[in-house]
Each structure stands twice: as structure tokens, then as C-alpha cells.
Design a protein around this ligand. Sequence first.
Ligand SMILES: [Zn+2]
Length: 309
Amino acid sequence: MRAISNAANYFAGGTLDRVAHRRRDDAWLREAMAASETRLLPFWQGKHLVHGPREAPRPAHIPATATWWRELLTADPVFLGLADGVAHFALDLSALPDPAQAAPLSALGAFVDLRSLSASLDPVSGNLLAVGRGLLLWHQRHRFCAVCGNPTRVENAGHSRRCVDKACDAVHFPRTDPVVIMLITDGDRCLLGRQPRFPPGFYSCLAGFVEPGEALEDAVARESFEEAGVQVTDITYQSSQPWPFPASLMMGFHARATTTELTVDGEELEEARWFERGWIRAHAGTESFMLPPRSAIARSLLDSWLYKP
Ligand SMILES: [Zn+2]
């Protein structure tokens, strides 16, 4: 049975049953890999294979009955779980120089970046591809043991790696890096900032990585002060969002400012401003004032405050 949650953010939720107890069941995995209904989802250099119309793309998969993909494989297939009872595996084909030239593959669809798909891909597929992306990027970046430097090999159907050195034998698990993201408010206005990489006119919530030995609430307070010079209180959790770009888990908070003078650090943020609620409602979506897309938790935090009953 799949655990049911009330996750509301894009990339979260979904219908994938991870059936973790099957990851060490080699006979079951072999059978699943060979079943005709099984779906093999190709991944190439950070992109997923999709097909269908641009406004409603669908994940494309290699038929499990095909064998040509085996020689294109960069690493072992990763078992994602069952969706509607059907086994799903992610395949890393990143070593291919140009998948558009690989005939059986190019006939199935085109490789597209997941972030750009989030506006059009249905949320269930969005979750499925996010799981695959997070796992495969982790494998690409953890081929060597962080303890002793020897190579590691895949085990647990792609959900851990073990050092090949028998004396070391360290096991490494997929990483998820916690990031706090917060909407800071002061009465009827909220604080939004611009990172230097943002397109002109684009504003979002403040955010930052949680550091070792730090609680989430402490990270919210520290980042608010470091990035904008603002002190906050009443820090309350709202929701979370997997963000496999490459390995973040966004944890969304609301916080109330106790100081309002802004001091921008100039590095992480190039600008921070207080915006009135009514002004945002009137101007959001215009060329000079853009907010994060609805698929981003930053927008969910903002909307929950902007349209609070
Ligand atoms: Zn080792």
C-alpha cells in the first residue's frame, strides 16, 4: 500500500509506492524488469525523455521487452517503485553523446529539463520524474567513497552504494539537502528579494541551506538576518517540496518580522523590498513584477498569505 499524505506542492505526493522491501529481493526485481508492462524511464544529462504535445507532455518509456538500451546504459538501472501496480525503473543514458542520433531512442521522444516541464507535466508524472532525477544525479556524483576514496558500487536496487574496499565497507545513502524558504511578513506587507541570477522584475521568498547543528527555525532566523538584516519571530512551518536540482528539500515557513530596516548582503541577494499585499495582487504577472511559478513552494507560501481568507 502507498502511504497517503496531504502534500500539496508540485513534485510532492504522486502515486508512487516505493515498496522498499523489494529493493533487496533480486528474484523479484529480475522478474519485474522483464515484465511486459514494466516502464523504463530514460534520463540523459539531467533531462527526461518525454513525448506528446508540448502543452501536455507525458513521460516516455522504453518497452521492457526491448534489449537495445542495455548497451547505452551508464550505470545500473534504479528501481523507483510501483505506480498503479506497474514497476518503474530509471535508466541513466548520460554517456550517449547525442540521444537524438540514437535511433530507437529518438523515436520515443525528446529529452527535456524537468524544471521547464513543471508548468505542463501532470503532478503525478512530475513526482515520478523528480524521484528518478534525484536518485540518478546522486549516483552520478557519488561514484567514490567519501570515507576512503575507493570506488563504490550500486546496491539495494539503486538506493545505496557500498565501498568496494572490504576493510572500509562504508555504505552511502542518497542525499537530501534541507533548505529553508520563508515568507517574512510585517502586517500587510511581505519581504521579497532578488538574486543576481533572477530575470529582470522577478522576486521571490528568501531561502538558504540549513547548516550542521542547526534547527530549521534557527536557519530561518539566521538566513533572514544574513540576507536582508531582518530579525524574525513566530516562525511557523507551512509545507515542503522535493527540489531535485540537484538534491534539495525545500521546507517552507511563515515568519513575522520584528525589525523592518533592510540591509542586503549584495551577494546572495542583490535587492530586498517590502511589498504591500494589495500592490502585489494588482501588479503580479506584469512584465515589471514577476513571481515564482505556481509549481514552486515560494509561490505557495506567497499565495497562502496573499489570499488568506
Ligand atoms: Zn570506503
